[in-house]
Design a protein around this ligand. Structure first.
Ligand code: HEM
Length: 137
């Protein structure tokens, strides 16, 4: 049964609570029996019923346990046809973002060092002033 192939339009017909198919990573799952048990609520599952929910599923960062449950719901795989929506794959945040993060951390570090130096200088001047006062007394 899990070898069955579904087209996108086959899947889209199963979009009700009692008959709910979802697509995750080009595999088709029958989520009907799980709708009531889903810790994330039935609403989100009904929202993606009959559709590709790869992104929604991955965005949540589901646990391995969630993936095991998903495996148990497998009914087949998606057969892509021309004109179907492009596969929704989840990509990790790009390395460009990490690089720019690094750059902004660098700038922040300079600011902290400068601030620290300014504070140290201020404290030094303050103490110097105090010790001069002591001498004056
Ligand atoms: C049939 C597919 C799915 C299964 C088997 C599943 C399973 C689970 C499980 C077991 C949890 C508990 C936490 C964990 O173990 O990660 C969970 C939490 C959650 N799920 Fe799903 N899930 C599915 C699809 C989805 C989809 C498509 C969404 C869409 C946004 C979603 C949204 C959530 C949210 C928001 C939580 C967090 C609930 C909380 O911590 O309060 N899930 N899911």
């Amino acid at each position: 049964m899990a070898d069955q192939e579904f087209t996108y339009s086959d899947v889209s017909e199963h979009n009700t609570k009692k008959d709910l198919y979802i697509v995750v990573h080009d595999k088709v799952y029958n989520a009907s029996s799980f709708v009531d048990e889903h810790p994330g609520g039935e609403e989100v599952l009904l929202d993606v019923g009959g559709q590709d929910s790869t992104e929604a599923f991955e965005d949540v960062g589901h646990s391995d346990e969630a993936r095991e449950i998903l495996d148990g719901l497998l009914v087949g795989k998606l057969k892509r046809q021309e004109g179907d929506p492009a596969p929704r794959t989840y990509s990790q945040p790009s390395s460009t973002a990490t690089a720019s993060d690094g750059a902004s951390t660098g700038v922040g570090l300079y600011a902290i060092i400068l601030l620290g130096a300014a504070l140290a200088f201020g404290a030094y001047k303050y103490l110097q002033g105090q010790s001069q006062q002591e001498v004056a007394i």
